[in-house]
Design a protein around this ligand. Structure first.
Ligand code: NI
Ligand code: MN
Length: 226
């Protein structure tokens, strides 16, 4: 399984010949090293309705005939915009897709859509494929039930550290302690001025206080999960 970070919360997951895009925010994302027209996807996983996560979902899904997986409300919204293939799930529910098992997890955040429509509850993503389990927390504050998510055995946790809209560095460190992943990747920082953080300093703190591996990616970097 190969993870490529496109800045902010956006990842490409390549697994078993499938290409999964998570929170495909390219247009307006100053960190993205590629444009929405340059990426392809078999499936697009959307954590919540905010523009910096829903991003270019509709355009990419239409061009690639990609399956959109998200909560029920967001799936209905993109379907009304002309996306042909959607698979709604909801918090706590898992499904065995062709490319892996995906469970939507809770997140403490909002989820309104760009036009003000109701976007359901925000989600995190727990993806298991090819023997790897990846947790993308979406946008969230710290919550104690992360301990339950950690009980599932996480190989790689992807956590916001930006503060202001989500957990900041302090709470993200506590999240690592609750989740107990083998590895963690910090995201959702430096995209905007209000979420400016020193990810390398955060990584040092994680290394000092836990036995968790930390990978600080630069936008465009990939990580292969062995
Ligand atoms: Ni958000
Ligand atoms: Mn966000």
């Amino acid at each position: 399984m190969r993870l490529t970070w496109y800045g902010h919360a956006c990842f490409l997951v390549e697994t078993g010949g499938s290409r999964l895009l998570i929170d495909p925010f390219f247009t307006g994302n100053g960190q993205a090293p590629v444009t929405a027209d340059e990426v392809t996807a078999d499936a697009i996983l959307v954590t919540h309705g905010h523009a910096d996560h829903l991003g270019d979902t509709v355009a990419i899904a239409k061009r690639c005939q990609a399956l959109v997986v998200s909560n029920f409300e967001i799936c209905n919204w993109v379907a009304a915009k002309g996306v042909a293939r959607v698979h709604p799930q909801h918090v706590g529910g898992a499904f065995e897709h062709a490319w892996g098992r995906l469970k939507l997890t809770a997140a403490q955040h909002g989820s309104s859509l760009p036009d003000g429509s109701y976007g359901g509850n925000p989600c995190g993503l727990l993806l298991s494929a090819e023997g790897h389990t990846v947790y993308h927390a979406g946008d969230t504050g710290l919550f104690y039930d992360m301990k339950l998510i950690g009980d599932e055995g996480i190989d790689c946790a992807i956590l916001p550290i930006g503060d202001n809209f989500t957990m900041g560095p302090e709470d993200a460190l506590r999240a690592v302690q609750l989740l107990r992943p083998a590895r963690v990747i910090p995201i959702h920082y430096n995209t905007f001025d209000v979420i400016r953080q020193d990810a390398d300093a955060w990584a040092e703190r994680v290394r000092e206080t836990t036995s968790v591996e930390v990978t600080v990616l630069r936008p465009g970097d990939s990580l292969e999960l062995a």
